[in-house]
Write a protein that binds this ligand. Structure first.
Ligand SMILES: Cc1cc2nc3c(=O)[nH]c(=O)nc-3n(C[C@H](O)[C@H](O)[C@H](O)COP(=O)(O)OP(=O)(O)OC[C@H]3O[C@@H](n4cnc5c(N)ncnc54)[C@H](O)[C@@H]3O)c2cc1C
Length: 379
């Protein structure tokens, strides 16, 4: 039972149906091999570009789709239900494009954003470092001004598609300790001294490459600094507010996929002479799972509606990320449980969904950090 599209307007419904068809007929079947080989599904990203899905929430004059962020999230959820790693790649790409659309100069929009919206280029985001994850403002990568350029040095970790991306939004220190000394840069693939130095081997998201990135005296033109010196942390936080909604939609997508499998399996599997779903104990689990999915969906869509209306949505984005990804973890774990022993076997998809949900509770601010953001905002 995929997301209910009855109340969408005609344009949104047609878009979701097109994505659903691509996701189920092409992306989902191919995901199995890509995941098994831990291989980035480049042809599927090219297909996203072909379908016009690489710039959905950006202005038409920048080559985007001119759609509300809420519509973009419907697409992310649909993709995530079929192939989470692909949805994550799109989400990270959009996060990078968002920063340029929001903070970029005319030249940066022309030279970089328009390539991203067209899907000619893909973007990534490098904030995390070996010594600074949750405490992102403690980052130590340096950017030193050298005439018309900056020289960047340091190490970034956990960069999703960092080595595959054509441009990476890199946060580095140009000044004092703390958030006010951070600036942001658009670093292009092939910049000497910049690239992936180690690809991580992971529990899940195996076809979403996660890179340690080296900055070894990498020269970046000053014209590729995004926003003023010292405003990089503002760029990072604003991008994360938007990105968190993408992660929330991914959580609901993967939870929905796991729930659908559990509903089907428990309806077919018989024990004690009847389908296991005929037991109230199983029905109660299914009821809780589907309710959590619907509640999470409302939460992220409400936050997105606030965003689309130009209202502050940081609190609601953190609540949505927290709730939707915790729900994804619970629902996928219960889906494994409802499959009995078969749930633990890789022939069935639910163990993959459970491994995939775990990372959603960690990325773009762990769920402890979301609680911190919510608590601080409330008080
Ligand atoms: C698959 C994957 C993809 C990723 N992609 C990207 C990417 O594209 N770009 C990028 O920049 N980063 C990326 N990350 C990094 C991710 O954002 C960080 O892992 C995350 O922010 C946590 O940082 P950390 O791993 O250093 O953990 P730490 O910050 O060291 O945290 C360790 C534990 O302590 C808890 N903790 C820390 N501080 C507090 C506190 N104040 N209160 C309560 N608990 C606390 C944390 O919640 C966590 O449980 C990715 C990570 C993964 C696993």
């Amino acid at each position: 039972m995929p997301q209910d599209i009855r109340l969408l307007d005609d344009e949104q419904r047609a878009l979701v149906q097109m994505v659903r068809e691509f996701a189920t007929a092409e992306a989902k079947p191919l995901s199995i091999d890509y995941e098994a080989r831990s291989e980035d599904p480049k042809p599927l990203y090219d297909k996203l570009a072909e379908l016009g899905l690489t710039g959905v929430p950006f202005p038409e004059e920048r080559g985007g789709g001119g759609q509300p962020y809420s519509t973009y999230l419907l697409i992310v959820e649909e993709l995530a239900a079929a192939y989470l790693a692909l949805a994550i790649g799109l989400s990270v790409h959009t996060l990078c494009a968002f920063a340029i659309n929001e903070f970029g100069t005319e030249d940066q929009k022309k030279d970089v954003l328009e390539k991203l919206t067209a899907g000619e280029w893909f973007g990534a985001y490098a904030l995390s470092e070996p010594g600074s994850g949750s405490d992102a403002a403690a980052l130590t990568s340096k950017a030193v001004r050298d005439g018309d350029s900056y020289r960047l040095s340091g190490t970034k970790v956990f960069c999703t598609r960092g080595d595959e991306a054509d441009v990476v939004l890199v946060l580095a220190r140009t000044g004092e300790a703390g958030p006010k000394g951070i600036s942001s840069f658009l670093v292009e693939k092939g910049t000497p001294g910049f690239g992936g130095s180690k690809k991580e081997d992971k529990m899940g998201w195996r076809s979403s490459p996660t890179w340690m990135m080296s900055l070894d005296d990498a020269e970046v033109p000053a014209s590729r600094r995004l926003a003023d010196e010292g405003n990089g942390f503002k760029v990072a936080l604003a991008s994360l507010d938007s990105g968190r909604l993408g992660i929330a939609a991914c959580g609901i997508g993967v939870a929905q996929a796991a729930f659908d499998e559990a509903l089907k399996f428990t309806g077919e599997r018989e024990q004690f002479g009847k389908p296991v779903s005929a037991n109230e104990g199983v029905q109660f689990m299914l009821a809780d799972m589907s309710t959590a999915i619907e509640a999470g969906r409302r939460l992220y869509r409400h936050a997105a509606a606030l965003r689309d209306a130009g209202l502050n949505y940081s609190l609601q984005a953190a609540q949505a990320k927290l709730f939707c990804t915790d729900a994804a973890m619970r629902v996928t774990t219960d889906a494994v449980q409802l499959h009995g022993g078969y749930g633990y076997i890789t022939e069935y998809p639910v163990e993959r969904y459970m491994r995939e949900a775990k990372a959603l509770q960690i990325v773009e601010g762990t769920n402890q950090i979301q609680r911190y953001v919510i608590g601080r905002s409330l008080t």
